[in-house]
Design a protein around this ligand. Structure first.
Ligand code: BG6
Length: 518
């Protein structure tokens, strides 16, 4: 029994599942001189080391074109850690022990001789697990994945079956449509089994996103309401105050639909709506996610016109700061039709969710940075409190606050104290910080650890990626050849185009602003 008087201690003992000891391994980062290595990967490995979660022996090899020595690479990363570490100051003792495992290998991704040199370096670590257990992090352009995978295979570093284990880690974009994703997946699995490929969606590394499954399937109170009988509709919002900034070149190719909906939003949706898996094994969880994505009703071009709203920001103010319009951003075409905002109404054709609308929205330069899921329950029959509330008796809502102010809130009605029968909504809040303290590992820490451990639950399987692209492709087809209309623009600092409000108004719904917890 969990002792509710001492929840923290009790939970640590009851729920902390033992992780199998990690085997020694070498991590090779291709494209190691890029931003990702200094900002995310090295700080994450440093913290895993600090928390004593790395394998008993490991090496991290940076592979890139620039001329560097082991020492100069370490110094560069040390300086970057001062800036990007989530804990400060950097612990010198931990850093010293960690840095001794960092090596640099200069080489061009297209040069077979460079992979030979890499092979020699790995062999110099001995003939054991540091040579055989290899995690390849492809921090390169997706167009280079096929080449890198082929070269590491030819250098004798990657096998489908053989000694030790080898895994490939890649990040989005996984293609720009179904056809290109399919080709990319073929490249990745030419010399590796599907279960050797770890496709990262950093949203799955977030504690609050992982908690969706725990919350749904470890509480009898909510799960029995989690269906069309009790839920009126669901809203998933991922809003950002940032504009596209320096990423105009990338964004012109992506847009909000490819950048956020294809991956993060559909991942959150599948966790919120999937059926209970047979077990917590990776394949069981991923089977259910794919089933859910496949149950989303396909959109014809006419449906797209009715159910999908896109938008692009023009100049405005976000939190008192002036922002340029999207068409004025660096590397953006002055007549660009790329969407910086998208809102969708999706229907899930299965037994649990039939006719319950799922509204998803995401955008840049919105008034608030927040990710949350709101489960809006059906209202009660309006018979008792019509005198007090008219038609406005509030319906219950459960909000999963994914970030910031991580936590969960339940909104219900209560009597206003006093002599009258006044009723108004009140809230109950759970906050991660208050309950568990401020331990918030970066998503990358969790994901890198899972990649080393070989647990695929938090990685996206090939069929998940491809099913998500099918949905996104059908939306893009609906937009093809249709430039943005006036109704599809919004001022930076507002909640998107008016058309997004009309989308919900079709069924008498309205967007709820993300909760701010003081
Ligand atoms: C990335 C997108 O995948 O996710 C960015 O490319 C976006 O455009 C980011 O800003 C949002 O992530 P987070 O963790 O800040 O919500």
């Amino acid at each position: 029994m969990v002792d509710i008087e001492h929840p923290k201690e009790a939970l640590a003992g009851h729920i902390g599942m033992e992780r199998k000891a990690l085997e020694p391994c070498t991590i090779v980062i291709f494209g190691a001189s890029g931003d990702l290595t200094a900002r995310k990967l090295i700080p994450a490995f440093y913290h895993l080391c600090k928390d004593k979660l790395m394998p008993p022996a490991f090496r991290i090899v940076g592979f890139a074109r620039r001329e560097k020595t082991d020492e100069s690479w370490r110094q560069e990363l040390r300086a970057a850690l001062d800036q990007f570490s989530r804990t400060k100051p950097v612990d010198e003792n931990v850093w010293k022990g960690f840095a001794a495992n960092l090596c640099y290998c200069r080489g061009d991704l297209a040069d077979a001789a460079a992979y030979k040199k890499l092979e020699e370096l790995l062999t110099s670590f001995g003939s054991g697990p540091l040579r055989e257990n290899l995690l390849f992090y492809l921090a390169t352009q997706p167009s280079q994945f096929g080449e890198v995978v082929g070269e590491i295979h030819r250098a004798g570093l990657l096998h489908k079956d053989g000694a030790g284990w080898q895994r490939i880690v890649v990040e989005k974009p996984f293609g720009h449509d179904l056809a290109s994703a399919h080709a990319l997946n073929n490249d990745l699995t030419r010399y590796a089994h599907e279960n050797q490929v770890c496709r990262i969606d950093h949203y799955l590394g977030k504690e609050t996103v992982q908690n969706i499954l725990m919350f749904r399937f470890s509480n009898s109170v909510f799960e029995r309401l989690w269906n069309r009988n009790s839920v009126d509709h669901v809203q998933i919002t991922i809003s950002e105050t940032l504009g596209v900034g320096e990423r105009g070149g990338y964004y012109e190719e992506a847009g909000a639909l490819r950048d956020m909906a294809q991956n993060h939003m559909l991942q959150v949706l599948s966790l919120i709506a999937m059926e209970p898996p047979v077990s917590l094994e990776a394949e069981s969880v991923r089977d259910e996610k794919v089933k859910l994505l496949k149950s989303i009703r396909p959109l014809t071009p006419d449906d797209v016109a009715r159910q999908v709203v896109r938008g692009q920001y023009f100049a405005g103010m976000v939190n008192g700061q002036p922002r340029p319009g999207y068409r004025q951003e660096t590397k953006v075409k002055t007549d660009s039709n790329v969407e910086t905002y998208v809102a969708l109404k999706l229907l899930i054709d299965n037994w649990r969710w039939s006719s319950v609308p799922f509204y998803l929205r995401t955008g840049k330069n919105l008034p608030m940075s927040a990710s949350e899921v709101r489960i809006q329950f059906r209202p009660t029959p309006n018979v008792l409190f019509a005198a007090q509330c008219g038609n406005h008796l509030d319906a219950n809502a459960l909000t999963l606050r994914l970030q910031p102010n991580e936590g969960i809130s339940l909104r219900f009605n209560g009597k206003v104290p006093g002599m009258s029968l006044g009723v108004r909504p009140v809230r109950m809040h759970f906050s991660y910080d208050a309950e568990f303290g401020a331990y918030t590992p970066e998503a990358y820490e969790r994901l890198l650890l899972e990649a080393i451990a070989g647990d695929a639950t938090l990685f996206i399987r090939r069929d998940e990626v491809e099913t998500a692209w099918q949905i996104v492709d059908s939306i893009r087809e609906g937009w093809d050849g249709k430039p943005l209309t006036n109704r599809e623009f919004y001022a930076a600092g507002t909640w998107g185009p008016i058309a997004a409000d009309d989308l919900l108004a079709q069924l008498g719904h309205a967007w709820h602003e993300p909760l701010v917890i003081k």
